[in-house]
Design a protein around this ligand. Structure first.
Ligand SMILES: [Zn+2]
Length: 485
């Protein structure tokens, strides 16, 4: 990304040559659009079932089963429980090259249970909900893969289409273990999408991050009778967070530091001998994350020294920033323009405005417009995704589609509400068509695949992908305990 200026110039030439021309409604594109329409009721039903099941990271057994079963019914070869994760699977159809992959997520977020109602109304207080729209994400991606499979059956295109059921995107990042298992290595190009509040061929990067847990261990004592014999693990934790908060003044503006105190004693009359804190550091590039991570580790050491306690730092996992691909993005953009805007009914617009009213946003309705392809900026927006790791292994083409009204606070009840009704369903169908049409371009044109790969090589440079994750299997037991399963 540091070579971006020069690269953008070069890419503009490349895009101008082959992929800037308006796309045509070819017979193959009409066929995949028709396929999505044919499967629409099944896809919406699967999405609604995943929405209702609302399963969080690594316990998404029903959600994964719904998608894997559907893929199998459609004739895909399905391998379940890949990369040591029971809810990860791969569904493949066809043979030979090109091998085009598509990612599907399906995990929910804790505490966001919500009915399909435009004001906060949990279905079950405290239960999980699809506050990131992953019920739509997984289903639309599979719908696109099925449409492509049907075009292969019709003898119109040749190659391999592969759907990846990728669990635990919201916590732990399941794609890391799939990447370590080499499951993306033989792909030519991969695609994904994400629900949002607008439609865009997504040519931005994302933030890299690292998650680590620090445990402090001291000496318990009666808090009044002999506190001088106590060594407080909570003191160390407080000193650590104080140091971390002072550090905020001396990091780059692109850095974000978050923490979650997980344990800090149980009662007021005991000097706590144990404390635990989860820290997350983000920056635009993993190099920047590592700089701040090293500072945080020193702060932990200093805090432990001051409180005279032991400490241990444990890596949870880390994810890379996305390597964008403008060549692929331009091909996708042409298909968005071909599809045209999403139209909403008056009832849907009214629903959207009520959501905006309830969340303190301007009541401007829902944005289903198609805009020109945006420039790729050096400083990505605030979010992170484990799609980033996939984008370091193969070129990734990314899409955002409206599934909620403009300005909807993400990871909130409002996203859940829209994801279970027609606003979300329309986004699902649109995403499925746009992704399938772009896959048609890739299957039909070895030149496009080659250009997408060339840009990927140029942007990645010589850096080899190395996953940031601990040795051993994914933390399934811990995740199940956290989910109360
Ligand atoms: Zn998400």
């Amino acid at each position: 990304m540091r070579k971006l200026g020069a690269l953008l110039g070069a890419m503009a030439v490349g895009i101008g040559c082959v992929w800037a021309q308006p796309a045509e409604r070819t017979a193959n594109k009409e066929a995949v659009m028709a396929s999505v329409e044919n499967h629409k009721s099944s896809l919406i039903s699967i999405s609604d079932q995943i929405w209702a099941a609302a399963e969080i990271a690594f316990v998404e057994s029903e959600s994964a089963r719904l998608l894997a079963d559907y893929a199998e019914e459609q004739g895909f070869r399905v391998t379940r429980g890949v990369a040591e994760m029971p809810t990860a699977f791969v569904a493949e159809y066809g043979s030979g090259s090109p091998v085009i992959g598509i990612l599907g997520e399906f995990d929910a977020l804790p505490g966001l249970s919500q009915d399909t109602h435009p004001t906060k109304q949990p279905l079950e207080e405290g239960a999980p909900g699809h506050g990131c729209g992953h019920n739509l994400f997984g289903t639309a991606s599979l719908g696109a893969a099925v449409a492509v499979k049907e075009l292969m059956d019709a003898g119109k295109i040749k190659g391999t289409v592969r759907f990846y059921g990728t669990p635990a995107e919201e916590k732990y990042f399941g794609k890391l273990w799939m990447a370590r298992a080499g499951l993306f290595d033989d792909l030519d190009v991969c695609l994904d999408w994400h629900p949002g509040d607008d439609i865009a061929s997504h040519v931005q990067s994302s933030q890299a991050l690292v998650d680590f847990i620090i445990e402090f261990r001291g000496q318990a004592a009666h808090a009044a009778a002999d506190p001088w014999n106590g060594r407080s693990a909570s003191d160390a934790l407080e000193l650590y967070t104080t140091g971390l908060n002072y550090l905020r003044e001396h990091v780059k503006p692109s850095v974000r530091i978050h923490y979650h105190i997980q344990a800090a004693g149980d009662v007021v009359n005991v000097v706590p001998d144990y404390s635990r804190i989860w820290t997350r550091i983000r920056d635009s590039h993993m190099e920047g994350v590592e700089v701040v991570r090293a500072r945080a580790e020193k702060i932990a050491e200093g805090a432990a020294l001051m409180a005279d306690v032991e400490y241990e730092i444990r890596l949870v996992s880390g994810i890379r920033e996305v390597i964008p691909n403008r060549t692929g993005g331009a091909a996708l953009q042409a298909n968005l323009e071909l599809l045209g805007p999403i139209e909403y009914t008056e009832a849907e617009i009214a629903f959207g405005k009520k959501i905006q009213e309830a969340t303190g946003k301007p009541q401007i309705g829902i944005d289903g417009e198609i805009y020109p392809l945006k420039p790729t900026s050096e400083t990505p927006p605030g979010g992170s995704t484990d799609v980033g790791d996939v984008s370091w292994i193969v070129p990734e083409i990314r899409l955002s589609v409206t599934t909620a009204p403009s300005g909807t606070p993400w990871h909130s009840w409002a996203v859940v509400a829209c994801g279970g009704m027609s606003i979300g369903h329309k986004g699902l169908v649109f995403a499925s068509k746009a992704l399938a049409m772009t896959m048609v371009d890739l299957f039909e044109s070895p030149e496009l695949v080659a250009e997408v790969k060339a840009e990927f090589q140029e942007r990645r440079g010589d850096s080899e992908y190395v996953g940031v994750l601990p040795a051993g299997p994914p933390p399934l037991a811990q995740a199940a305990e956290e989910a109360g399963k």
